[in-house]
Design a protein around this ligand. Sequence first.
Ligand SMILES: [Zn+2]
Length: 314
Amino acid sequence: MTVTPLSDAQITPFYLTSGAENVALIRGRIASVGQPATTILQRNAYPPAIAKMLAEALALTACLASTLKYDGIFTLQAKGDALVRTLFADMTSDGDLRGYAAFDADAQNSDDAVASVPSNVPQLMGSGHIAFTVDEGATGGRYQGIVDLKGATLSDAATAWFANSEQLDTLVLAASHQQGQQWQATAIMLQRIAAEGGENSSAANVELSDDAWHTAKTLMESTRFDELVDPHLSPERLIFRLFNSMEPHVAPAREVRDKCRCSPQRVENMLGQLDPADVQDLANAAGYVEIICEFCKTERQFHIDKIETAPAPR
Ligand SMILES: [Zn+2]
């Protein structure tokens, strides 16, 4: 039985065509993750501007993770030297999304206006870098791309990463907005499908592809912030609203959920790999080490006598 995901907890793949020939020329994705972003952000007391930036990072991560070809994990990790020191989000190919932000305590008192635009990277993160990691485990290997935090938004950084690492033209756009307790967090990605080999590479088809890319890019760049974060506009309706002239074909949506991958065993393994003297320092008077997961805020206690230490490296 297929369960239809909630419209604000899904990734919707789509294709854009040339119309006349009905050839898929551009592949796209919309990640709409307001629902998981809401519960992830509720666990932390982030200042509004930082919550907004993390919501954008979650949407971007879900969108980029949807390009994983095999089972694996996609990670976005940014390091800055301003209010936000670390911004981290990852998602598995099954749709388990999580993230957190580490920030300077001064940020608590900052009165950043949370404008209706994507987060201001220079202001919140200063200078630094952002790393995108694709880890496809046993089947696909691991690769990482790092770009400087030069652009104005996280989407600019993601677009720059694609420009550095992929042969394919790619455009990414993300936005987030809080209304009451609910977050809307959306990212759209367009990628040109290579017209390589065979009949697709004829001059006429290349021209068709050039035209389609130019049109799609213009349509995406005309997207308004309020369209991206409109809770009443489902991803499918947004696709048709934006790209109607390119005869969009929408594929079945995939669910995204707020789910951490931590477990008592994983935390214990981590403790077991530390220097026993350091673990001793972490323990309270009764001999318990208390560990709180950065992502899901689950608290766990381990007694130092029961932590199995890893065998010494040979
Ligand atoms: Zn956790």
